[in-house]
Design a binder for this molecule. Structure first.
Ligand code: CP3
Length: 333
C-alpha cells in the first residue's frame, strides 16, 4: 500500500504523506518554458508527451507522494463540444451553450476527444517515479462545472443575476454532467488513476438551502460511483460553511479543507481522513513562518489520518525552494 492509501484506507496516523494541488504549474520554470511554446492550453493538456512530462516535473524535484495529472476540470465542457479558450490574464472563456447539442453528445465521441488524457495517465502510471506513489485522477463536481458552463467565465465572487432563472436547464445539465463525469472517472481509473479527487471550487457560492440539490446529491452520486470501482475518493467542497454536514451526507473517503477551516476544531468534528488546509500564501512568506504554519496543521492532526496539502492551489509566484523546504519538513516531522 502507498502512504496515501495507508492514510485513507487504513486510517494510519503520523505518516503525513504530502502532495500539493497545482503542484504541476506556473511556479516551475521548467513548466513555464513548455507553456511559452504552447500558447493553447487545451492542446497542451491533449499533448500526451508534454502533459505526462509536466505531471512528472514536480516529482523529479520533490519527494511528493502523488502525481496529479496535468489536465483541467474544464476538459469536460470541451469534451461536450462547448467552445472553450484559456485567455492570458483572464482565465477560461466558454462559448454559447445549446441544450439540444449537449443532449446529443455521443459517449464514444466524448471518450475519443479526451483520449489523450487517458493515454497520458497510462504513461505516467508506468513511470518509475510513481513506484509506491499514487496517480491522482480528478473531475470538477457537477455544480462547479455548471457554474462555468452557464456563467461562461470564472464567477470570481458571485454568480450572474439570473443564474437560477432556468431551472429546467440546470437540472438537465446536471444529469448530463453526471453521466459524462462517470465515464471520465471510469476511463481515468482504467488508465491507471489510483485515487480520484472531486473539486467543487464554487460550492461556497451557494446558500445552505441550495446545497442538497446542487452539491450534495450530484456529488454523492459520483462518490458512490467511485467507491463502486474500489478506488478512494477525496472531495474538496471549497468554501462550504459546514464541512461536517457535507461529509455526513456525501461520505467521501477523505475531505480536503480550505484555509478558512480551523484545523483543531475540524479534527474533533469530522472522523474521516482529512487533507490540506495550509494557505498557499504562506509559501510566499519565509521559511520560518512556513515551518510554524505547517506545524500548526501537523500538530493538530497528530492523531488523525491526515494528508498534507494546501487550502487551494500553489500560487504562480511561489518560489520552488519554499515547496522543497515544505516537503522536506513534512517528511521529517
Ligand atoms: O497540478 C495540478 O493540480 C493538476 C492540474 C490542474 C489544473 N487545473 C491545471 C491548470 C487541476 C487539478 C486543475 C483544476 C481546476 N481547474 C479547478 C479546480 C481547482 C481550483 O483551482 O479551484 C478549476 C476551478 C479550474 C478551472 C481553471 N483552470 C481556471 C479558473 C484557470 C485559470 C486561472 C488559473 O488558476 O490559472 C485554469 C487554468 C489552469 N489549469 C492552469 C493550470 C496549470 C494555468 C494555465 C496557464 O498556464 O495559464
Amino acid at each position: 500500500m502507498t502512504p496515501i492509501q495507508e492514510t485513507i484506507i487504513n486510517k494510519k496516523t503520523n505518516n503525513s504523506p504530502i502532495w500539493l494541488m497545482r503542484q504541476a504549474g506556473r511556479y516551475l520554470p521548467e513548466f513555464r518554458e513548455i507553456r511559452k511554446l504552447n500558447p493553447n492550453f487545451i492542446n497542451l493538456c491533449l499533448n500526451v508527451n508534454l502533459s505526462s512530462e509536466i505531471t512528472l516535473q514536480p516529482l523529479k524535484r520533490f519527494d511528493l507522494d502523488a502525481a496529479i495529472i496535468f489536465s483541467d476540470i474544464l476538459m469536460i465542457p470541451y469534451g461536450l463540444n462547448q467552445k472553450i479558450e484559456f485567455k492570458r490574464d483572464f482565465g477560461p472563456q466558454l462559448g454559447s451553450l445549446d441544450l439540444d447539442d449537449l443532449s446529443n453528445v455521443d459517449q464514444v465521441d466524448f471518450i475519443e476527444k479526451l483520449y489523450p488524457v487517458y493515454k497520458s495517465i497510462k504513461k505516467v502510471s508506468e513511470n518509475n517515479l510513481i513506484k509506491n506513489k499514487n496517480v491522482i485522477g480528478f473531475v470538477g463536481a457537477p455544480w462547479t462545472l455548471l457554474v462555468y458552463m452557464i456563467n461562461k467565465h470564472s464567477p470570481k465572487k458571485e454568480l450572474i443575476k439570473d443564474f437560477f432563472k432556468d431551472e429546467f436547464l440546470i437540472n438537465r445539465i446536471l444529469i448530463i454532467l453526471e453521466k459524462f463525469l462517470k465515464l471520465h472517472i471510469d476511463q481515468q481509473i482504467k488508465s491507471g488513476a489510483t485515487v480520484i479527487q472531486i473539486f467543487d471550487s464554487w460550492a461556497g457560492l451557494l446558500e445552505e438551502k441550495d446545497l442538497p440539490n446542487y452539491v450534495y446529491i450530484p456529488t454523492l452520486n459520483l462518490v458512490d460511483y467511485v467507491k463502486s470501482l474500489n478506488v478512494p475518493v477525496i472531495c474538496f467542497p471549497r468554501g462550504v460553511k459546514n464541512y461536517k454536514n457535507y461529509c455526513d451526507i456525501v461520505k467521501p473517503d477523505a475531505v480536503n479543507i480550505d484555509y478558512d477551516v480551523n484545523p483543531v476544531s475540524i479534527c474533533k468534528e469530522i472522523n474521516i481522513p482529512i487533507q490540506g488546509g495550509l494557505d498557499p500564501k504562506i509559501l510566499l512568506t519565509n521559511k520560518e513562518n512556513l515551518k510554524k504554519e505547517a506545524r500548526r496543521y501537523l500538530d493538530a492532526f497528530k492523531d488523525h489520518p491526515y494528508i498534507f496539502n494546501l487550502g487551494h492551489g500553489v500560487l504562480p509566484q511561489t518560489d520552488p525552494n519554499m515547496v522543497d523546504y515544505l516537503v522536506k519538513m513534512v517528511k521529517d516531522y
